[in-house]
Write a protein that binds this ligand. Structure first.
Ligand code: FAD
Ligand code: NAP
Length: 328
């Protein structure tokens, strides 16, 4: 079977979250005909949440998946080619840059915007893996429905954990939120809603040591907790466990090529989206371990597209000058 013909674009954007779509909107309006590779999660992290209350421009509460549909439609409308593929290999040590899709398609790019965002972190317990999809989840909006009228636990203390607990409290009989410290990182407004909810119990200073379950039918039956201050162990009966302990950057395919910080986030020059490779830019949660918001990701996507445009224009000018010099 013959290989598919390589596709070439001045700007290839990897990722379809707020950073990727915003970069696409700006790149397309600069007439750079960008190709955007959507990845495994078209629309990114906001597609696994419900209410979004802090994205500017909407007085009413909007839904994450709806917002991402709007961004996608806008990116398409202004001329982005959106491709349903996953980049499995990136060769950034050659020009044009070469990206390989899971489909086998090769994408060549004069500049690349990495907007691959972040993925849910796990605690690393063997039982998480064993019962993944059988009572253990990292997405309440995806899997909460299976726990109607049941008892569930949520692990974490950030915005995600508090939101997951609040979401699950509408469906489940009880929600136990387990946090390793005695204070949440989550926004105060979310904390207030949480503390006022009668179906949610907060267990402070406590970590999840193990998840217990049955084989037939396969499913979670309980959790083992340990208080980090007293060392006391406790078992609780639950039907589901939602792990919401944050996200890690999706940078695996760029390891050894693009400079990264110790925590795996892509390193950019301060105040820019420029990586250590000229022509390769990184925007959104993949390079931001501080703000990690939809609006900041969108802003960084815009910056990446403007910087990519400047890079391409400068390369074109150099090329024209060299050509003129050779002809003279
Ligand atoms: P992401 O949204 O993570 O998108 C990454 C994209 O890259 C995805 O499309 C994925 O498919 C793609 N990708 C990854 N690897 C590859 C690959 N190899 N090839 C091709 N594509 C790839 N922020 C707010 O401001 N307000 C909120 O209310 C809010 N709620 C949230 C609720 C939850 C449950 C979560 C998890 C996050 C929430 N956030 C919220 C944070 C917000 O979603 C992120 O900051 C934002 O989505 C980051 O955008 P991004 O474009 O950088 O990356
Ligand atoms: P996060 O802010 O990094 O919080 C992770 C939480 O999990 C922290 O409370 C942390 O504890 C805890 N944790 C981490 N590792 C742990 C471990 N091994 N064992 C037990 N607990 C552990 O992550 P997030 O809540 O997913 O949020 C990520 C980003 O998305 C944030 O910037 C957030 O603002 C944004 N977001 C925004 C919204 C919103 O605006 N409504 C909603 C969701 C997410 P410590 O507190 O002790 O560190």
């Amino acid at each position: 079977m013959s290989e598919p013909v390589a596709r070439h674009a001045p700007i290839v954007i990897i990722g379809s979250g707020p950073a990727g779509y915003s970069a696409a909107i700006y790149a397309a309006r600069a007439m750079r005909k960008p190709m955007l590779i959507a990845g495994l999660q078209p629309g990114g992290q906001l597609t696994i949440t419900t209410d979004v209350e802090n994205y500017p421009g909407f007085a009413d509460v909007i839904q994450g998946p709806w917002l991402m549909e709007q961004m996608r439609a806008q990116a398409k409308h202004v001329g982005t080619e959106i491709i349903e593929d996953i980049i499995v290999k990136a060769e950034l040590d050659r020009r044009p840059f070469r990206l390989t899709g899971d489909s086998g398609q090769i994408y060549l790019a004069d500049s690349v915007i990495i907007a691959t965002g972040a993925q849910a972190k796990w605690l690393g317990l063997p039982a998480e893996h064993k019962f993944g999809g059988f009572g253990v989840s990292a997405c309440a909006t995806c899997d909460g429905f299976f726990f109607r009228g049941k008892d569930v636990a949520v692990i974490g203390g950030g915005n995600s954990a508090v939101e997951e607990a609040l979401y699950l409290a509408h469906l489940a009989r009880s929600v136990t939120l387990i946090h390793r410290r005695d204070g949440f990182k989550a926004e105060k407004i979310l904390q207030e809603r949480l503390f006022n909810h009668p179906a949610i119990e907060v267990v402070w200073d406590t970590v999840l040591e193990d998840i217990e379950g049955a084989e037939e039918p396969k499913g979670v039956t309980g959790i083992v907790l340990r208080n980090v201050k007293t060392g006391a162990r406790e078992e609780r009966k639950v039907d589901g466990v939602f792990v919401a302990i944050g996200h890690a950057p999706a940078t695996e395919i760029f390891k050894g090529q693009v400079e990264m910080r110790d925590n795996g986030y892509i390193k950019v020059k301060p105040g820019t989206t420029e990586t250590n490779i000229s022509g390769v830019f990184a925007a959104g949660d993949v390079a931001d371990d501080v703000y990690r918001q939809a609006v900041t990701a969108a802003g960084l996507g815009c910056m990446a597209a403007l910087e990519a445009e400047k890079f391409l224009a400068s390369a074109e000018l150099d090329h024209a000058r060299a050509k003129a010099g050779a002809a003279a």
